[in-house]
Design a protein around this ligand. Structure first.
Ligand SMILES: Cc1cc2nc3c(=O)[nH]c(=O)nc-3n(C[C@H](O)[C@H](O)[C@H](O)COP(=O)(O)OP(=O)(O)OC[C@H]3O[C@@H](n4cnc5c(N)ncnc54)[C@H](O)[C@@H]3O)c2cc1C
Length: 494
């Protein structure tokens, strides 16, 4: 079996184990998760097949219209990325077919039509949102060799013990500290592909182009509104661009001016030193490998600096500055903890997946008097009695992002101000996934379920929360710098 150039064979899952067809004209990379032209294990795998078979690579990047919460905001971000990808692949001599559905389910049959001429099909394996179901549906349509490649995180999803799900960040960190050294050298190709040795990609046949026309350039270039598409137009595009180019710029700015203060200041909304990378990671415009590699380069790191003992401690294992350790703990430990859960527990988005102690205590307090309760509409419109909560919700509405620390407070107050924890879960999921660019992610559910007790321990008992951790806006406002934040988001623009 052919292996990727850096041999992370544990990242490749063969879905249809057939020999490559001899008649196929190209290797098809069906790009559904890792929407970027480099730092991409699945693309590397497609190129590796192409080299072995002497065929070109064709990339299919499609955008459906009927996924839940589809809106101008989410579409715009993905379209920005499609423009970047189209340009990047053209420069590399790789075939690229960008397709955007104009009506619901219009795209059905496109994968099969392109796979008819393919020798092998490779796609991304990721537990994000509906992508596992999309890949399964695609597999039913394919009768060629079909592989899924996992480029989600530094630790491959299938790392043994294969069914282990970690109840706390501490437990997962201990596991990482044991096994991660074996994976730190596995890197997807970071530089532009060099495909001069491969044949030029063939043109996509006219009958395919007529039935599924390539994405309208005016959409890609944001020259026209998305009003004609059957998606939610009430959620406006965010005030920043999507795509791998914007993601890389954000990463470079973060490394140049924010990471050194991340350890001390990241909880303070006024300082806003967090990276803002989660939307780019979510849509696959940036790879976790790329982010971690750049952080380690910034720290002039080498593997000799890794601690030799496994303690599960948050700081000290990587052997970098305190700020970089704090950042790596978020982007590796916390991010991949969520991916581990999403990939291994089928019920990870259900209330019942909470730890038993959390369900018991929340249910024991379900009849407690709630001094304030709000409807979904009141939450959405930022019309609670609490200025800090309303400011956080306004940031989410306007910008599609929410300050990291305030996101915890935001969730805890929804738990306090709804009639039951199950209703709180529904409200958090709806608001987070509709308005946040990084929503619909394994870490959306990590964060939302953390509010309800996942990955946490029991705290002193109180009304409504039981022994689930409690937070107040008053103590947040006392402990953290929020004055400018309140000025910025404190009043409605409407
Ligand atoms: C109620 C609630 C909802 C959340 N919803 C989401 C969501 O929809 N999508 C999402 O990616 N994260 C979510 N989080 C986790 C966290 O708040 C965001 O990842 C973080 O705020 C993103 O901003 P950043 O990129 O500037 O983070 P930084 O602080 O710069 O961190 C770098 C990266 O580390 C990862 N990370 C940071 N904090 C966490 C965390 N607590 N859990 C998991 N990964 C983390 C993210 O990939 C992030 O981009 C949620 C948290 C809560 C409490």
């Amino acid at each position: 079996m052919t292996r990727l150039h850096t041999s992370p064979y544990d990242r490749v899952r063969v879905v249809h184990d057939r020999p490559p067809t001899t008649t196929g004209q190209y290797v098809l990379y069906w790009m559904i998760g890792a929407r970027r032209p480099s730092w991409n294990f699945a693309l590397d795998r497609a190129v590796e097949w192409a080299r072995e078979l002497g065929k070109p690579v064709l990339v299919l990047e499609a955008l459906r219209s009927d996924y839940r919460w589809a809106s101008d905001r989410l579409h715009r971000f993905v379209l920005d990325g499609m423009l970047d990808n189209e340009q990047a692949f053209a420069a590399l001599g790789v075939g690229y077919y960008g397709y955007v559905e104009r009506t619901h389910r219009e795209g059905r049959g496109l994968l099969r039509a392109l796979a008819n001429n393919a020798t092998v099909v490779v796609t991304d394996r990721t537990p994000i949102f509906d992508l596992p179901a999309i890949s399964r549906a695609g597999a039913r349509d394919l009768d060629v060799r079909f592989e899924e490649v996992d480029g989600n995180g530094i630790l491959p999803l299938d790392t043994p013990p294969s069914h282990a799900v970690y109840p706390t960040a501490y437990a997962f960190r201990r596991h990482l500290q044991r096994v991660l050294p074996n994976h730190l050298d596995e890197q997807p190709r970071s530089a532009a592909l060099r495909l001069g040795d491969l044949p030029a990609p063939p043109a996509v046949p006219g009958r395919v182009r007529r039935r599924w026309p390539p994405a309208d350039r005016r959409w890609l270039e944001a020259q026209t509104s998305l009003a004609g598409l059957p998606i939610d137009h009430a959620v406006a595009p965010a005030p920043f661009r999507g795509g791998f180019k914007a993601g890389r710029r954000r990463l470079a700015e973060f490394l140049a001016s924010q990471i050194d203060e991340y350890g001390d200041k990241r909880n303070h909304p006024d300082d806003d030193v967090s990276s803002g990378l989660s939307p780019y990671l979510h849509f696959g415009h940036l790879s976790a490998h790329e982010v971690v590699a750049h952080v380690l380069r910034h720290e002039r790191w080498s593997s000799s600096r890794l601690a030799r003992t496994v303690t599960g401690a948050k700081e000290g294992w990587w052997g970098v500055s305190g700020s970089a350790e704090a950042f790596l703990d978020q982007v590796v430990t916390w991010r991949e903890l969520g991916f581990n859960m999403a990939a291994r527990r089928i019920d990870s988005e259900q209330f019942e997946s909470l730890p038993r102690w959390a369900i018991t205590t929340l249910e024991a307090h379900v009849r407690d008097v709630r001094p304030h309760t709000y409807t979904l509409d009141q939450f959405r419109e930022a019309s609670t009695h609490d200025p800090l909560w309303n400011a956080a919700q306004r940031q989410l509405l306007r910008e599609g992002r929410l300050h990291n620390y305030l996101r915890m407070l935001w969730g805890k107050k929804i738990l306090e101000w709804t009639a039951s924890p199950r209703e709180a879960l529904d409200v958090m999921v709806e608001l987070n996934n509709r308005f946040a660019l990084d929503g619909r992610d394994p870490n959306s559910y990590s964060g939302i379920f953390w509010v309800l007790g996942r990955y946490d321990r029991p705290w002193p008992e109180r009304p409504i929360f039981g022994t689930v951790r409690y937070m107040t806006s008053q103590s947040t406002a006392r402990k953290l710098r929020v004055k400018q934040y309140l000025r910025r988001y404190g009043t409605s623009l409407l």
